[in-house]
Design a protein around this ligand. Structure first.
Ligand code: ASP
Ligand code: MG
Length: 414
């Protein structure tokens, strides 16, 4: 039965990470191992800058950034004993076409990160004597043309991927890109930032895998971010539904879309530490233990709180909502919290570089004010004492509490 492993960018950010991946793959000792890999380190962010420079007509800057990205990969290849240009063909030109829309260009450029990382890893594993095959997901994972947030066509993808997987004499280990797919006419697409977990879940679903393991730089799923809270505990066992809630609240452990394809086939998901592969980590499954019995703190950083007030005071909530959410959707904003009153609607969203365009569109029909430099703290399994402690010494812009959950929009310390 197939096993799916997913390695994120932080796990393969350098040659040592790639060697550790090799060690984990060998330990698995499986003849049916699907290895899904993200772009190395912060490559996706760097590629986003390339697109932005191209779009702004700053070709020199775009090229400098592009070359930096290649230098970074070339250095890793050399450290791994690979020959750039021989073992791996490198794309010279930026795949940017000024006659095409921004979002379409984004997908062509940004997808290069995963194409590079997987080629390096596949060739490296092959040279270490493993039985390996590299898969080109833009040809296998079929999506529509919703650039930057492409929707996967399960029926087509499942058939193609199963056919590839079930071939006689397929090599034991398949190395595939997370996060990217392709359209029917051969254009590359991306599935939304941090989408590699989702790819791993889809592949597991198509292949009826026995499990998915996400290898991360944390011991498993913790009740809080260890960089923020001093006393974190590992949650060894969770139910799918609790994992979904955690990820929608902004816990960085797993991408929110990951759970559904696994739940549909009752495939367990393990989150394990990359640096300590024999540790148990966390297990998420239908028979997981729930609800989570410790308070869980989830910080969602870099938030902006946007408040809209109708210009003409003839405020009709329903009509305004559909217009507001249309604009939010078109600009791919990620909503983390909504609050409405008789005359205003406030939404808290991730403060991405797409926010200014959305603000401009909203200003056509609403008086818009906003506060940035905010974080959203969600506390699940809370008590009044815990909320008071969390509020102490902080400027709270807005709070929503129910019996078990508190959500606080907090001003970042200047
Ligand atoms: N490389 C992509 C990103 O950084 C996908 C992923 O890491 O899951 O967003
Ligand atoms: Mg990443």
């Amino acid at each position: 039965m197939a096993k799916v492993f997913k390695f994120g960018g932080a796990s393969v950010k350098d040659a040592q990470g790639v060697r550790n991946l090799e060690r984990i793959v060998r330990m698995a000792g499986s003849d049916d191992l699907m290895v899904v890999v993200s772009a190395m380190g912060k490559t996706t962010n760097a590629l986003e800058r390339v697109v932005d420079y191209c779009a702004a007509g700053q070709e020199d800057k775009a090229l400098t950034q592009w070359v930096d990205i290649f230098d970074y990969h070339v250095a890793i290849m050399k450290e791994l004993g690979l020959q750039p240009g021989v073992d791996i063909r490198l794309q010279g030109e930026i795949p940017y076409d000024p006659t095409l829309p921004y979002d379409e260009n984004y997908d062509q450029v940004v997808s290069m990160g995963e194409l590079l990382s997987t080629q390096i890893i596949a060739v490296y594993l092959l040279k270490q004597g493993l039985s390996v095959e590299w898969w080109n997901m833009p040809k296998l994972l079929r999506t529509d043309e919703t650039w930057r947030e492409a929707r996967v066509d399960d029926a087509v993808s499942r058939e193609v991927i199963r056919a590839g997987w079930e071939r006689p004499n397929r090599p034991s280990v398949v190395v595939a890109q997370g996060f990217i797919g392709g359209t029917a006419d051969g254009k590359r697409t991306t599935l939304g930032r941090e989408g590699s977990d989702y790819t791993a879940a889809l592949l597991a679903n198509y292949l009826d895998a026995e499990s998915v393991t996400i290898w991360k730089d944390v011991p498993g799923i913790l009740n809080a971010d260890p960089r923020i809270e001093p006393d974190t505990v590992l949650i060894p066992s969770l139910r799918y539904q609790d994992a979904v809630e955690l990820s929608y609240s902004g816990a960085q452990v797993i991408h929110p879309k990951t759970i559904r394809p696994l739940e549909n086939k009752q495939i367990p998901l393990f989150v394990k530490p990359f640096g300590n592969p024999t540790a148990a980590g966390s297990r998420i499954a239908a028979d997981g233990i729930g609800p989570i019995d410790v308070p869980v703190y989830i910080w969602r950083k870099n938030q902006i709180l946007i408040t809209m007030r109708a210009k003409d005071f003839a405020f009709v909530l329903e009509e305004s909502l559909s217009e507001i959410f249309d604009i939010i959707q078109r600009n791919r904003l990620k909503v983390s919290l909504i609050q409405s009153s008789a005359v205003t609607i406030s939404v808290c969203v991730d403060n991405t570089r797409f926010v200014p365009a959305a603000l401009e569109a909203l200003q056509v029909h609403f008086n818009v004010t906003y506060n940035d430099g905010l974080s959203l703290l969600t506390i699940r399994g809370t008590t009044p004492e815990i909320i008071d402690r969390a509020k102490a010494g902080r400027t709270i812009m807005l709070s929503q509490t129910t019996r078990r959950t508190a959500r606080l929009v907090v001003k970042d310390n200047a």
